[in-house]
Design a protein around this ligand. Structure first.
Ligand code: SF4
Length: 716
């Protein structure tokens, strides 16, 4: 068991420490940790926080249990077995850091610093410990390969940037309470970010109509007034079709268009090319449903659209988000509190990013590699091969596309891999050195949110167990071991927080580290109700750009367009015949990406990997509820229990992502079937653009369940 340092009995105390959930979720919940005698005994949602209002989620209600797991990594370890076997021996921090420094120096001498790839993911989103900044100064000084975080929201982010002028701007989701029409487009908040639902409900109490657009009938769709299930990857066509109804009724907001948009004439022509009948053919939706929703959209002011990241994980995912983001530009909804589209809200925080990141220290022209092209980067011969990986807050052996080839790449004998994590994940099994990281209650961090307008400070509540160190401290010690002389890489966590908070707008708003630390959070922007883009857009023209010169310069259609998926909807008859089913694998309620998948209580609740199959698809394959199926394509396969369900239409199969391959019977997961290709913008991943076949596996249900139980046995 991990041990936490306790104060002497004479000093025994109870403290309440403010913190924030660090995980990949737009809700960025504020929490309060109760610490008794140095031990965290309770972790609850912060009642005072206007967004969290005292509630966490099913996953994070078990966070303390997760931090106390007997499987926490507690000290540095060196590999003793073959890569992938997961056998290690304990070593000291000095030994581990000395070895990394020696190996990296040799690699830098022979191949140059870009042969080193610091590879990180969405395990923690903070500015000090996570993807928003951890290690960046050091990587800049060394001149390593730059990491492109392409796994999650990238295509939609670039799309928002082309349209609105900032990749991370949109409406304030709290404003949804003011909307007359709420469209949850590819979003399933009741499962993945439930705090937004109270604003949806508030709008509904005032008479709003709530629509879910999703190929799968999700839990949120069950609760909506209306559910539309277009074919996967056809959302841009649907958006254009809805706008064609608005325009046909002359319901566009001409005053707003004139004052605040660019390229309307050309866009109107594009819209008119997508009448409901054509869109019905593309999306598979009845034309009357498209007309009916278009008519609502024409009259309901304000209309709020929540765009989920899943719908941009297709070949045309960027264009889909760009087109949907243009809808409030036509209806004028951006001018109203409660109107517009919410994809990302991180730009509400006007932090001093240059001071935090110090990109000025980076040598010009360093290459950028996309994290979702890991297999290609590791296996394809190139002028400067990747010789060293430093993986933190990420589990690519479980989550990156083309899992089989990723694992092949990680198994390269000449690749020096260091993994920093809390648990021995599938990726950790391939590490040469494995380093133990602190969890959120054990370190400091600063968080903005991609789903609301609050900034949060996470104070460390308890001492770290064993020899765990925070990412930021590991990077400071690594810099020392490497003999780096640039002073800024040694800044403390508090220095880093002060650097990013040192911005004019933040100063004016009274946002300081002291003020934040006092109650754990502060609101950014204006009080509710707030229409952040009512007065203009942060684009080069200051307008919402229906026509984007920047998109054209990037080789894209300058106008919003429907770009068909690679596979999900295919005109390739051979592909369609061999792999007749489109697989969609969104997040489930029990795991967050691959986080918590090894926590027994949540793993037991989630049960084994399932594949949802419509009865019309199950019958010809001779599959019944509870059978073990092999889900496969040319890229790979995984095993799953069949669940016959009308939540998916015929031709589509579903299944929640997040299972660790090594805890799955068969040793693989959904990512084994996913292609390693980019979406149209931002090199985004295409997880839901994936055709498969499903067939009976040569394994009985009993053996499958026994294997599932055995793989989880002994986990605490
Ligand atoms: S995962 Fe999301 S809903 Fe759950 S506690 Fe964290 S921020 Fe809140």
């Amino acid at each position: 068991m991990p041990t936490h340092q306790s104060p002497p009995a004479a000093l025994a105390t109870t403290r309440h420490v403010h913190g924030v959930c660090p995980l990949d979720c737009p809700d960025t919940c504020s929490w309060v940790v109760t610490v008794e005698n140095g031990r965290a005994v309770k972790l609850l949602g912060n009642r005072e926080h206007p967004y969290t209002r005292g509630a966490l989620c099913e996953k994070v209600n078990r966070y303390l249990e997760h931090t106390r797991s007997s499987e926490r990594l507690l000290w540095p370890m060196r590999r003793t077995g073959k890569k992938g076997e997961g056998r290690f021996e304990r070593i000291s921090w000095d030994g581990a850091l000395g070895e990394i420094a020696a190996r990296w120096r040799t690699i830098i001498e022979r191949e140059g610093p870009q042969a080193i790839w610091p590879y990180y993911g969405t395990g923690t989103l903070g500015m000090i410990q996570g993807l928003a900044g951890a290690g960046r100064r050091l990587w800049n000084v060394l001149g390593t390969t730059q990491h492109h975080l392409s796994i999650c929201m990238s295509a939609g982010g670039f799309a928002t940037g082309y349209t609105l002028g900032d990749n991370r701007i949109g409406m304030d989701p709290e404003g949804i309470a003011e909307a007359e029409l709420v469209i949850l487009w590819g979003a399933n908040p009741l499962v993945t970010h439930h705090h937004i639902w109270k604003f949806v409900e508030a709008a509904r109490r005032k008479g709003a109509h709530v629509v879910v657009i999703d190929p799968v009938r999700t839990r949120s769709a069950d609760q909506a007034d209306e559910h539309l299930a277009p074919r996967p990857g056809t959302d841009a066509a649907l958006a254009l079709g809805l706008l064609s109804v608005v325009v046909a009724r002359g319901a566009e907001d001409r005053e707003f268009i004139e004052a605040h948009t660019l390229g309307w004439d050309a866009f109107r022509e594009r819209i008119q090319g997508y009448p409901p009948a054509r869109v019905a053919e593309i999306t598979g939706l009845p034309a009357e449903r498209i007309v009916a929703l278009g008519e609502r959209l024409a009259t309901a002011r304000p209309t709020a659209i929540r765009i989920g990241p899943g719908m941009q994980r297709h070949a045309g995912g960027g264009m889909a988000v760009r087109t949907i983001t243009c809808i409030p530009g036509v209806t004028g909804d951006w001018r109203y509190p409660g109107g517009g589209a919410a994809y990302d809200t991180r730009a509400f925080f006007k932090g001093n990013w240059p001071a935090l990141w110090r990109d000025d220290l980076r040598p010009p022209g360093t290459r950028v590699l996309a994290m979702t092209r890991l297999a290609e980067a590791l296996l394809t011969p190139r002028d400067q091969p990747v010789q060293a990986l430093l993986v933190y807050s990420s589990n690519p052996a479980a989550s990156a596309p083309d899992q089989g080839r990723v694992r092949q790449g990680l198994a390269r004998e000449d690749l020096f891999t260091v993994v920093i994590d809390h648990f021995q994940t599938d990726t950790a099994d391939f590490a040469d050195l494995l380093l133990p990281a602190t969890m959120q209650i054990e370190h400091a961090d600063l968080h903005n949110s991609y789903g609301h307008a609050y900034l949060a400070w996470n104070a460390p509540a308890v001492a770290a167990p064993g020899e765990c160190l925070s990412n930021s401290e590991i990077f400071r010690r690594l810099a020392r071991a490497l003999g780096v002389t640039e002073p800024s890489v040694y800044d403390s966590d508090e220095d880093l927080a002060r650097a990013v908070l040192d911005g004019d707008e933040l100063r004016l708003a009274g946002i300081t580290l002291e003020a934040l630390a006092e109650r754990g959070w502060m609101r950014l922007g204006e009080p509710q109700p707030w229409a952040p883009l009512a007065k203009g857009f942060p684009s080069p023209s200051g307008r919402l750009e229906f026509y984007s010169e920047r998109a054209a310069a990037a080789g894209l259609d300058p106008l919003p367009a429907y770009t068909p998926p690679y596979e999900a909807v295919t005109g390739d008859a051979d592909l369609g015949r061999r792999f007749p089913l489109a697989l969609i694998a969104p997040a489930g309620p029990h795991f967050l990406n691959t986080e918590f998948s090894n926590l027994p209580a949540l793993r037991d609740k989630a049960g084994p990997q399932r594949v949802l199959l419509h009865a019309d698809d199950a019958a010809p394959r001779g599959l019944s509820d509870g059978d073990v199926a092999r889900v496969w394509n040319d890229r790979g396969e995984y095993l799953a229990l069949v669940e016959i369900s009308d939540r998916v239409p015929s031709g589509i199969v579903g299944g929640a992502k997040g299972h660790w391959p090594k805890l799955n019977p068969g040793g693989t997961s959904i990512a084994a079937t996913v292609m390693e290709k980019d979406a149209d913008m931002g090199r985004g991943a295409v997880f839901h653009d994936n055709r498969v076949e499903v067939e009976r596996a040569p394994m009985s249900r009993e053996d499958f369940l026994q294997a599932f139980a055995t793989l989880g046995h002994g986990r605490a």
